[in-house]
Ligand binder design. Structure first.
Ligand code: CS2
Length: 477
């Protein structure tokens, strides 16, 4: 009797692992240091760098955030990994070789060594919106407990900082001491004016430690603003198995992304940069119109779907969008957002919003991308400040209610009280606010997102009325 082996069972044992022997590719010299080695970095900045015509000159040393796992896995493969571009009608696979060193973020000494190296020209960041530790005034919150702890470490001159900001500040101090000159810090997190935010956070942290370092940073470090875009869900075991089956090798770090990708950048690169434009990156003088379009239309709809969709019992973006109640809420929010967007040179038509909206509907509906709402729901108190608050404020200033933007905030509030696992930098304060009731609860929760709005009785009442809109089904655990 013969036994037929399943192809997966065979491949798990027999297939070779992806590495630079299996796929020979020279390691480019490190000229980019990245903080925040995760799926998005791999599908976006690493992918753009890999596609650049001068890729052979630009290697990335990527550091993880809290855990070393992603670096350990990637290091086993000499930095190689597969980008799976998942379209409605099938997958395509690219082995990306731009990451030449993957390191544990806790290895601050290596980080400092690389940032201080004269060859290093660019530091890119995907450290999450919340990691910039901005207070409601747009400046570094020096009272945040991890900021306080890192400042104490920096002041003592012994031990290692644990926040990405603290680590970067220490590394920049090493560059200053080495006399290695200017470089560009390129923020790739979804924040309005993200270059300014990164500047305020880094210079704020440096200044609280050493005024001379802050001055040196202001004079030598260019903070480039960017709008980054590529839907990239977390990699699953099924994705790993799919790569194995399709590519004939084992890859412990593949990343699945939509075919669409976009990168708009604005700012100086005093020590040079790769030709990212070869992969479609766009360099502009005024980034704000593009950034606001992306943050409010794409990310705003994402947050709305994350809270409304989960309250309605959905798990993924595509599922939530197929629910007419969620779709209607998104369309109404887009109408409000669109009314307050202005284009480059004040010409809103240049932003091609109708086409952008249609494209977003198509991208969100890609059911082959399982983009989990729970992943998007994280860190809502920070995200809503960029995604809902500016639209609500603009609508109020124009004499309208801003009800669609307010509904996003109301859905977040409902979700914060119902979610089995609520992840947020202000989770403790949110839990405390949720122990209050009625208007007091709404005001306290709103105060965590935007204190000024919490002082507006009309807005508080509007949000109180909107709470409960989506709570027809319980949040799935
Ligand atoms: C999402 C983004 O998780 C989130 O907050 O809105 O990660 C989004 O998928 C990307 O910005 C798309 O470019």
């Amino acid at each position: 009797m013969s036994i037929e082996l399943q192809p997966e069972a065979q491949s798990a044992v027999d297939l070779p692992q992806l590495n630079r022997r299996l796929r020979p590719s020279a390691k480019a010299p490190v000229r980019i240091v990245h903080l925040g080695l995760g799926a998005f970095h791999r599908s976006h900045q690493a992918w753009f760098t890999h596609q650049a015509s001068d890729a052979a000159d630009w290697g990335i040393a990527a550091f993880t955030g809290r855990r070393p796992d992603a670096a350990l896995a990637l290091a086993e493969q000499d930095g190689l990994f597969t980008v799976v571009e998942r379209a409605d009608d099938g997958d395509s696979f690219t082995v990306v070789s731009s990451i030449v060193e993957a390191a544990d973020g806790a290895d601050v000494q290596r980080l400092a060594e690389l940032v201080a190296a004269p060859a290093t020209a660019v530091v890119t960041l995907t450290i999450t919106e919340a990691a910039y530790r901005l207070g409601a005034d747009g400046h570094l919150d020096r009272t945040a407990s991890d900021v306080v702890a890192d400042l104490a470490v920096l002041a003592s001159g012994s031990g290692n900082p644990t926040t990405p900001l603290g680590r970067l500040v220490l590394a920049l101090a090493a560059r200053r001491a080495a006399g290695a000159g200017p470089l560009a810090v390129v923020c790739c997190d979804n924040l309005s004016n993200n270059g300014t935010v990164a500047h305020n956070a880094v210079a704020g942290m440096a200044g609280a430690w050493d005024a001379g370092l802050a001055e040196w940073i202001n004079a030598n470090i260019s903070f480039v603003s960017t709008s980054v875009d590529r839907i990239t869900p977390r990699t699953t075991d099924a994705d790993i198995a799919a790569v194995q089956a399709a590519c004939g090798y084992r890859d412990n770090s593949p990343v699945v992304a939509e075919p669409f990708s976009n990168w708009v950048l604005s700012g100086d690169f005093p020590a040079g940069r790769p030709r990212w434009e070869d992969a479609g990156a766009v360099f502009v003088a005024d980034i704000e119109p593009y950034e606001n379009r992306k943050l409010r239309l794409l990310n705003g709809a994402h947050s709305l779907l994350a809270y409304a969709g989960q309250l309605r019992g959905h798990t993924t973006v595509a599922q939530a969008l197929a629910d007419p109640l969620c779709l209607q809420a998104v369309e109404k929010f887009w109408d409000e957002a669109e009314a307050n967007l202005s284009g480059p040179d004040g010409n809103a038509a240049d932003l091609q919003i109708p086409a952008y909206r249609a494209a977003l509907l198509a991208r969100f509906s890609n059911a082959r991308i399982a983009h989990h709402l729970a992943q998007i729901a994280m860190d809502g108190s920070t995200k809503l400040r960029m995604r809902a608050v500016p639209v609500l404020q603009a609508e109020r200033a124009a004499g309208r209610s801003g009800a669609a933007a307010a509904l996003m905030i109301a859905a977040w509030m409902d979700y914060s009280a119902a979610a089995a696992a609520f992840q947020d930098p202000l989770a403790d304060q949110v839990a405390a606010a949720n122990r209050l009731s009625g208007t007091e609860r709404i005001r306290a929760l709103l105060g965590l997102v935007d204190p000024a709005l919490a002082g507006d009785a009309v807005v508080v009442e509007l949000i109180a009325d909107l709470c409960g809109t989506f709570e027809e089904l319980a949040v799935s655990p």
